[in-house]
Design a protein around this ligand. Structure first.
Ligand SMILES: Cc1cc2nc3c(=O)[nH]c(=O)nc-3n(C[C@H](O)[C@H](O)[C@H](O)COP(=O)(O)OP(=O)(O)OC[C@H]3O[C@@H](n4cnc5c(N)ncnc54)[C@H](O)[C@@H]3O)c2cc1C
Length: 482
């Protein structure tokens, strides 16, 4: 029987960066759903935030803490910002090419709530795709795709591997260590920017294994998303656009954000999201647009090629045309609680990193572009810890059969859940709406449903319960008094 040294669940920046840092002679297996590029990393546009030099580490820490609205763990933030530079340099040393000016200097852009330009990017607005390709090309370990992890094999304080569903069959895969790098929870919401593979099942499994989920109410909404498509994943319009001069207008072409916050287009994304939501509520039927009038065509096409061509497919001619936008769910600050070596308290050999994890590095609100950095920094720390603490864990076998994953009515209920999460657990929350959501989620949990829906519902319930436990608004969690 094959026993791997390490199984990694997820092939985004976190899983692949862990893989390329694990020596070639280790028996490592990476698992992912669908195709390897079906992950949030692939769609990341803006870039990676990183202190531009040693002097910028402290300002980066302070900007991150400020965005986190008092809920960050300062130690975690210090690790992120101080080790961020070496994580990004390590990519460059391995041969990754960020965008540079004609003299070869790194180009840094600015995003909301950063005190200065400190976002490195690649391929213009295709940073995620470029990083993903690079990590895939440099990964020395096998990757099994179209594979869904449906259980974590565990007993007492050890994990033993995972149960997978692959090519219509269940199978147990055994390993001495497990790294969960399975991303966030996008598919829980009706409108979201996430890859279709990112659907909260691993958070649900962790919960069922007795791991603690933390800060679950902290869901971040992106203000500028083109949602008029029938695809589940909606088209994001990166924040760098506003950072570099795009602005929001109403149907008459008037700007209105300055009425909400003096920072206008550069306000943190939750403020912009709420402003748009509120503006639309107050001006029923009005459409809000992102205008690119400040851009020169040649520059726009070179700087934002992905957006230029994606929106062209939808019939927009940028930068001349304005694009109707809405906020949508985007990023999850909550997750599986772990320490700064990415370890989960309950199990000696379980690591979690990236968007699935909660180190409190983002607190109540993530500073733009800190998440790719988080994936790099904490997967590197997980691997360092794992290699230093290799123990001879015992091996035991688990039965291969599994409960039914999907039942007949699940699709209808899944869509209902997504609607409930958007309407009642979304940008502006009230006790009444949250209680209504909780009641219906509990009803659904008592129905005859498959395992995957149950996992989603349990994660949704922990988001709602955490939201209900917080009377006051904090960061991305906004409670309106009734
Ligand atoms: C449109 C968009 C733009 C963004 N732009 C930026 C940006 O500019 N800068 C920035 O810092 N952040 C950005 N973000 C956020 C950032 O992309 C993510 O936080 C980050 O990529 C998460 O990386 P990850 O490796 O943790 O997870 P992901 O990249 O999402 O990878 C998750 C992996 O887990 C696998 N998986 C999930 N469940 C299972 C399962 N049950 N079984 C097997 N495999 C499973 C998936 O198949 C996938 O391979 C953006 C996000 C989106 C959606």
């Amino acid at each position: 029987m094959q026993i791997y040294d390490v199984i990694i669940v997820g092939a985004g920046i976190t899983g692949l960066n862990a893989a390329i840092n694990l020596p070639k002679d280790k028996k490592v297996l990476i698992l992912c759903k669908e195709n390897s590029w079906d992950c949030n990393t692939f769609y990341a546009q803006g870039g990676i935030s990183v202190a531009v030099d040693e002097n910028d580490v402290e300002p980066h820490i302070q900007d991150t803490l400020k965005a986190g609205a008092g809920l960050c763990d300062e130690k975690a933030v210090r690790v992120l910002c101080s080790e961020g530079r070496s994580a990004v340099n390590s990519l460059i040393e391995k041969g990754f090419e960020f965008d540079r000016d004609e003299e070869g200097n790194l180009l840094y852009t600015k995003e909301a709530a950063h005190g200065r330009n400190r976002i490195v990017h690649a391929g213009g607005d295709a940073t995620g795709r470029e990083v993903h390709l690079f990590l895939m090309q440099n990964n020395p370990h096998p990757l099994m795709y179209k594979t869904t992890v449906v259980d974590i094999l565990h007993k007492d304080d050890l994990v033993y591997g995972v149960k997978i569903f692959h090519q219509g069959k269940f199978k147990n895969l055994y390993s001495k260590n497990l790294i969960l790098a399975s991303g966030g929870i996008g598919a829980l919401y009706e409108y979201h920017t996430n890859a279709r593979t990112v659907s909260a099942d691993i958070q649900g499994l962790a919960l069922e294994c007795g791991c603690e989920l933390r800060d679950m109410a902290m869901t971040q909404f992106h203000p500028t998303v083109f949602i008029n498509t029938d695809k589940a994943r909606k088209q994001l319009l990166t924040e760098s656009l506003r950072g570099e001069g795009a602005y929001l207008v109403n149907e008459k072409g008037e700007r209105f954000l300055l009425d909400y916050d003096k920072r206008g287009e550069l306000s943190p994304r939750d403020i912009v999201s709420r402003a748009i939501y509120d503006y639309k509520q107050k001006h029923k039927g009005d459409i809000v647009y992102l205008s690119f009038k400040n851009f020169e065509k040649g520059f726009f096409k070179k700087r934002f090629p992905t957006i230029y061509y994606n929106l062209k497919d939808f019939g927009f001619n940028l930068p001349e045309d304005r694009v109707p936008i809405s906020p949508a769910f985007h990023y999850f600050m909550g997750g599986i609680k772990c320490d700064l070596d990415a370890r989960v308290e309950k199990f000696k050999n379980l690591y979690v990193a990236g968007e699935v994890a909660n180190t409190r590095v983002h607190g109540a609100n993530r500073l733009a572009s800190n998440s790719l950095l988080e994936g790099l920094v904490f997967s590197t720390r997980a691997v360092k810890h794992l290699l230093k603490h290799q123990e001879n864990f015992p091996h035991i076998e688990f039965e291969e059969k599994s409960e039914i994953l999907i039942k007949n009515n699940d699709k209808i209920l899944k869509n209902e859940l997504r609607h409930i999460m958007w309407e009642k657990v979304g940008i502006i929350r009230t006790k009444t709406k949250l209680n209504m959501a909780l009641k219906r989620v509990n009803e659904m949990l008592n129905m005859d449903i498959g395992k995957l829906l149950r996992l989603r519902l349990k994660v949704a319930r922990s988001i709602i319960e955490d939201a209900l436990s917080r009377d006051k608004s904090i960061g991305a969690h906004y409670m309106k008094k009734e």
